[in-house]
Write a protein that binds this ligand. Structure first.
Ligand code: AHR
Length: 539
């Protein structure tokens, strides 16, 4: 809708006026808060072809970080004092909500925490485990939840463990000893110790991270790119000698603002890319200037970031004349900008970065997950940071939890995106944003599983004011029909859930559209995320 047209209407609504809005967008927002809806629609078309595929979707993109930070582990996962704790001290309500999300991989024990962590502290009888200062979060770590507890917890969730080893204060020998403890059959010192501590059978952990954010000056034992690459390469050598089956993730840049990005990535990949299977990306998005239009275009930045690191991988591979493939592990991602603080004041389980997420945050999380699908050929692991209480989709107090807005896109993607990611052709209006220039009003991704005939479509209408009528056109074979659909939307981008109002923003089931030949039309309200499941005839 042209700005002039809407500005011309504004005097009609002058009784509503406090400060005169300047743009059509501001006028629409004011009218919306007064319950006045303008017919303000745009159209878009999405062309789908079940044979036009980007890559196989790795289930491991639905992962999470469980860090010893704040109240993620203590009072989150493990809380023996809670009336909701099971006999192991695990919160049964948290387990249920985590199972609903359906995490396939869990990164542990950090995050920054790992760079000062001694893995042996979390083994053996609980009464003998040391209390220590956690220097990363200025907290006290009791070690009452440790290695064996985490393995049991991950197993209960059906998630693969991804162990981060300490390459900050830790030695390459410590890293190799951890692999021995976790993965070797009894008969050596550390594997025998594991058996003594109650686990005779090797755990067979496959995924290990070679440190955490070692590019960051805040990291305990921070190194420059050359120093890190050389230490990580030697750690990799020892760890793989201990167990050749393991898969390793090296540290990429901790964010795109850091001065060493992307030179860090190129240097590390060139010096040790042949020793790893995955290379990590970390990023946190935020609406720091309250510019919602730009924030809602965040996936442009996510794709740019992934493209840059994918390019660094290719350059290193070419430079080294290597045949070895490295994939991306986006093992810390989320929205995080409202809370700050790394000072736990030397308390146990302090309240750290307990961010409350709103509707616009959930729409960005949905775009992040769509980015993983659109980059399914290269992104094979991803972990939302974190899983409980600390910038997390689930918040707990002693006897209850609530699900944040971000819970819903994560759960819907994790349970329904499967098979292959489809290469969609999207035609949608493009709007200008301050941070990213032109952004299509529609952010879309889709999956299709030829074995089951199931399809899933994930759509975000980025506009704050304009509905979008989206026509879906199947270019090859149309589905037999739709099986289920959900939508989250609202007028207020800042709407959020709380213990008092846990269902302020959720995903609700929608009426399914009718197929007309190979196409259908779906209406997406402003500020919305929609999921539509389809069923194709089995091949
Ligand atoms: O997830 C919170 C922290 O953010 C992690 O510990 C660290 O790796 C990142 O900087």
């Amino acid at each position: 809708m042209p700005d002039d047209w809407l500005r011309g209407l504004w005097p009609l609504f002058s009784p509503l006026r406090r400060a005169k809005p300047q743009t059509a967008h501001q006028i629409s927002l004011v009218l919306k808060t007064k319950g006045i809806a303008l017919t303000n629609r745009a159209t878009a078309t999405v062309f789908l072809n079940t044979e036009r595929r980007i890559g196989e979707i790795s289930p491991l993109i639905f992962g999470g970080l469980a860090e010893h930070m704040g109240r993620c582990i203590y009072e989150g996962i493990y809380d023996p004092a809670s009336p909701l704790a099971d006999k192991r001290g695990f919160r049964s309500d948290v387990l249920k909500a985590l199972k609903d999300i359906n995490y396939r991989i869990l990164r542990y024990p950090g995050g920054n925490f790992v760079s000062g962590h001694r893995w042996q502290d979390g083994t053996g009888p609980r009464s003998e485990r040391p209390r220590r200062r956690d220097l990363a979060w200025r907290s006290v770590e009791t070690n009452q939840f440790g290695l064996h507890e985490f393995m049991e917890f991950a197993q209960e969730l059906g998630a693969l463990p991804m162990w981060a080893v300490n390459l900050g204060t830790g030695s390459i020998q410590d890293a190799a000893d951890l692999v021995e403890y976790l993965n070797l059959p009894v008969g050596t010192s550390f594997s025998d110790l594991r058996a003594k501590n109650g686990q005779k059978k090797p755990y067979g952990v496959q995924y290990f991270c070679l440190g955490n954010e070692m590019d960051g000056p805040w990291q305990l034992g921070h190194l420059d790119a050359v120093g890190y690459a050389d230490k990580a390469r030697e750690a990799a050598k020892l760890m793989k000698l201990m167990d050749p089956e393991i898969k390793l993730v090296a540290c990429g840049s901790s964010n795109t603002d850091i001065a060493t990005y992307p030179e860090w990535d190129r240097t590390v990949l060139e010096r040790m890319g042949d020793e790893i299977e995955y290379f990590s990306m970390h990023a946190y998005a935020g609406n720091r200037t309250d510019d919602t239009d730009s924030f809602l275009a965040s996936s442009l930045h996510f794709e740019d970031h992934a493209n840059t690191i994918a390019a660094a991988i290719r350059i290193a591979k070419a430079k080294n004349r290597s045949k070895h493939d490295v994939y991306l592990s986006w093992d810390e991602w989320n929205v995080w900008y409202k809370t700050e603080g790394d000072d736990g004041n030397w308390q146990e389980a302090p309240h750290l970065i307990e961010e409350v997420f709103n509707l616009e945050d959930a729409l960005v999380v949905a775009q992040w997950l769509s980015t993983f699908l659109r980059k399914a050929d290269i992104i094979k692991i991803a972990c939302i940071a974190q899983i409980v209480n600390v910038i997390a989709p689930i918040m707990t107090k002693e006897d209850a939890l609530f699900k944040q807005t971000t819970f819903y896109p994560l759960m819907l993607f994790s349970n329904h995106a499967a098979g292959h990611s489809l290469d969609l052709l999207v035609q949608a209006p493009v709007h200008d944003t301050k941070m990213y220039g032109g952004a299509a009003q529609l952010d879309a991704s889709a999956s299709f599983d030829p074995e089951t005939g199931r399809g899933a479509l994930f759509l975000v209408n980025r506009s704050q004011t304009q509905s979008l009528d989206v026509t879906l056109k199947w270019e090859d074979v149309a589905p037999e029909g739709f099986t289920q659909g959900w939508q989250m939307s609202g007028h207020d981008p800042k709407a959020h859930n709380s213990f008092e109002q846990p269902d302020e923003v959720t995903a609700h089931e929608i009426e399914l559209p009718a197929l007309e030949g190979p196409q259908t039309t779906l209406s997406l309200p402003p500020l919305s995320f929609t999921v539509l499941l389809s069923r194709h005839a089995p091949a």
